[in-house]
Write a protein of this length. Structure first.
Length: 788
């Protein structure tokens, strides 16, 4: 046993003895929810088929060292962050207790303990963390007695070897290795301050997940060190500006489904079945020898990642993406993509976009408002005008609503309002339904993120996660019955005893008829609406969503067997996904729908197609003789008559597949009944294998069976006429010849005599124009002013 372990053992033994004495006098130690074996054991996380995903190695996450091996500035950071009067108090901090007492009285409950380092050690090592008055009295009494028997140095050493820093790291040495890849002895002041800041809330300030929060907490610790005189104010300010450079995981530590695994760990760390406190649950997870059985389907996980990579082909310039796939009948999460690469070592790489990333939902929220309307008794035949623009008076001002692309929708029922995603029609609908009722339905069917009850919620003003949307749409797929998302099915202890067993708790959240009608409408979104790129050759329903300024794009859809939510956007913020930032203008019907289509096609390839069990079918198109006097109509007879006079052009709509991979584009158009051919062309905008242009153009109406030519980028740049304006004749000639063209020179003064004199001998005109595409070997004519 090393010196640190010996010291810790003596202190723990003494505290244990004191604790038993105190317990015999006045206290009863509550029974643990789950026992922790005396010797640390690794916990194992398994996929649904029993394959090991990863092992949480207890031994690698705890290494005891002596206080002499911890730099003084790291000790100072810990003391400044956790217990500024550690070196002078008697085990309890009277001033801290009074402060906590005032807050507890204000709150009417024990919310702050005023614990010293000594009290924290007593709590973590022996008696647990219950926030009760008896437990706090016991903790304080034992802390005073520990201070009488041991030196401050011995107490601090034991504390530094036992406190939890997050990421499975118990003790300062393990924390230094996990977060920075160095021994504690090599930690600098900024690194020590960051680790000290983790103690208060390891999950909240985890730098792998929340770099911004970790930096803010580090700044707090540095300021505290300056206040205590450990460093100067200038040093604190300078160190606060330094970047966080974290350790990169070893290649052998990578594993499948890493974002999913993080959710499994989060589940264990937050569920009361695994301990009374966060510290107890963390200790059980990383040292308890658990076997954790999960719902992850490794085949679907691989397909989900591959689908993302095939659509978002450029890891440097393309936006990020997230995907959640779950079984609507059970709530079991089958696949999860939370980012591009969990293990790439970037400051945000471990941030899970599928669960932690909350972004505006766009029009993918509309089916939820539709469900709320149907629950209130509205009919799908309810009609609204759908002008390109509409001003609606709401509390606090005027709500300006526009349809995507300025489209005039005429007069539409709720089916066409959804299929074509008319914002102005849905704005009127949410005013009739009530924003509060729409938000209530959203929360009831599976959205856990906080929602504002505002009319603009119908257009996606609220931030939600991909997991939220998959969970909500699962209620539609399961005919109005909701199952909460499930990641863990069973947890076994080291001896095989069952510690946790998932118990299904299905809950009816919508009338069956409501859910069925929503599904019928969303089937048409894919068959003839904004989601045509999501066609998979089997019954499917879904909805597109595009955020304001094209900063977020969604496709959420389902079959009877599987519901999948896809989000695409830039993780760093609200960055418009329009050229030149992206290759195309990204909407929910483009890249998200393509990812969804690719994933669902392959995921269900071995599953026989099945139809939705629905009630009476609804018409694909609104009837021209719908009664204008229907009690549900929101338009007058004149408007309805005008709508009935509209004539739909014969033929088929050609999906706009520019920006898609050619194989996927060909598949979509072929299944729509078109004859597809491809030509390889040079292109400056698109990567190889992506459709650069098409003929006829996307969104054209052409006879069924027509030929569509796809011009596919081949990786070669388009040859263009060089910019020779303002060059001398000799230099311009060399540039044109060097670009592979013939040259013809015309010496002729431009029309403005003054300009011709100023630019004497220089080129003033080029044909074809500068930067025009031109095949090599063609002739470029240049006009130059006469030389003086």
């Amino acid at each position: 046993m090393n010196a640190a372990a010996a010291t810790r053992s003596r202190v723990v033994a003494a505290v244990a003895a004191l604790s038993m004495l105190a317990a015999g006098c006045a206290y009863t130690t509550p029974e643990l929810h789950a026992s922790i074996p005396p010797n640390s054991e690794a916990s194992t996380i398994l996929a649904a088929n029993g394959t090991e995903l990863t092992t949480l190695h207890a031994g690698e996450n705890r290494t005891e060292i002596t206080l002499d091996e911890v730099p003084e500035h790291v000790q100072n950071a810990i003391v400044a962050a956790e217990d500024r009067r550690f070196w002078t108090h008697i085990g309890i901090d009277v001033r801290g207790i009074l402060r906590a007492l005032r807050r507890n009285v204000d709150e009417g409950a024990v919310v702050e303990g005023g614990s010293t380092i000594t009290q924290q050690f007593v709590k973590n090592a022996i008696i647990g963390s219950d926030r009760t008055l008896d437990r706090k009295i016991e903790e304080a009494s034992l802390a005073i007695q520990v201070e009488r028997q041991f030196t401050k140095e011995e107490i601090l050493e034991s504390y530094l070897n036992t406190i939890y820093f997050g990421a499975g790291a118990y003790g300062i040495e393990a924390a230094a290795q996990i977060y920075f890849g160095i021994p504690a002895a090599d930690l600098d002041i900024a690194q020590g301050a960051l680790l000290a800041g983790l103690i208060k809330a390891p999950s909240t300030y985890d730098p792998f997940v929340n770099a911004e929060g970790a930096i803010e907490r580090r700044t707090f610790v540095l300021d505290a060190m300056a206040d205590e005189g450990y460093i100067s104010a200038d040093e604190a300010e300078q160190l606060a500006q330094t970047d966080i450079v974290l350790a990169t995981p070893d290649p052998e530590s990578t594993y499948d489904g890493a974002y999913f695994v993080e959710e499994v760990k989060r589940f264990i760390l937050e569920h009361p079945a695994f301990g009374r406190t966060y510290e107890e649950r963390a200790r059980l997870l990383f040292t308890g020898g658990l076997t954790i059985e999960t719902t992850l389907d490794l085949r679907l996980q691989a397909l989900a990642e591959a689908s993302m990579e095939r659509v978002l082909v450029d890891p440097f310039d393309d936006p990020d993406g997230a995907l959640v796939a779950m079984d609507p009948a059970t709530g079991q999460v089958k696949a999860m993509v939370g980012g591009r690469d969990f293990f790439d070592g970037g400051p945000q790489s471990k941030f899970n976009l599928a669960t932690q990333g909350q972004r505006p939902s766009g029009s993918s929220f509309k089916p939820i408002v539709l469900a709320a309307a149907l629950e209130e008794g509205m009919e799908l035949s309810t009609r609204y005008s759908a002008p390109a623009h509409m001003d609606i008076e709401v509390t606090g001002g005027t709500w300006e609503v526009e349809n995507y692309g300025g489209t005039e929708g005429g007069v539409v029922d709720l089916v066409d309002a959804t299929v074509n995603s008319y914002n102005t029609a849905y704005a009127q609908l949410v005013m009739d339904v009530g924003a509060a009722d729409a938000v209530r339905v959203a929360a009831g069917i599976g959205i856990d993120s906080p929602l504002m009850a505002v009319p603009s919620a119908v257009l996606g003003a609220n931030d939600v996660s991909p997991l939220d949307m998959a969970s909500a749409y699962s209620s539609f797929a399961n005919r109005g019955v909701h199952n909460d998302p499930v990641f863990v099915t069973r947890v076994l202890g080291p001896d095989g005893e069952v510690i946790y067993q998932h118990a299904p708790s299905p809950l009816r959240v919508l009338e069956r008829e409501t859910a069925d009608q929503v599904t019928q409408v969303l089937q048409q979104v894919i068959s003839r609406g904004t989601g045509v790129r999501a066609r998979i050759g089997r019954p499917a329903a879904g909805k597109t969503g595009t955020g304001q300024n094209w900063a977020d794009a969604w496709f959420v859809g389902y079959t009877p067997e599987l519901v999948t939510s896809v989000w695409v956007g830039f993780a760093e913020g609200q960055v418009p996904m329009v050229p030149p930032t992206t290759r195309i203008r990204v909407t929910g019907g483009t890249w998200p729908a393509e990812v969804w289509q690719m994933f669902m096609t392959s995921a269900l390839a071995e599953t026989p197609a099945s139809d939705f069990e629905l009630g009476d079918p609804i018409e694909d198109e609104p009837s021209a003789d719908d009664s204008a006097g229907d009690s549900q109509d929101r338009v007058d007879a004149g408007d309805d008559a005008a709508a009935a006079d509209e004539v739909v052009a014969p033929g088929e709509l050609v999906s706009d597949v520019v920006g898609m991979r050619s194989d996927l584009a060909s598949d979509i158009l072929t299944r729509a009944g078109f004859v597809v051919s491809t030509e390889s062309v040079p292109d400056d905008q698109y990567p190889p294998g992506v459709v650069a242009s098409m003929k006829p153009s996307g969104e054209s109406i052409v006879p069924s069976g027509s030929e569509v030519v796809l011009y596919v980028a081949n990786g070669q740049k388009v040859r263009r006429v060089p910019d020779v304006l303002g060059e001398g004749v000799e230099a311009a000639t060399a540039m044109v010849l060097g670009a592979g063209y013939e040259v013809e020179i015309v010496v002729e003064a431009e029309d403005n005599p003054e300009a011709a004199e100023i630019r004497a001998g220089q080129v003033w005109k080029v044909d074809p124009g500068t930067h025009s595409p031109l095949e090599p070997g063609q002739t470029v004519t240049i006009w130059a002013n006469p030389a003086l």
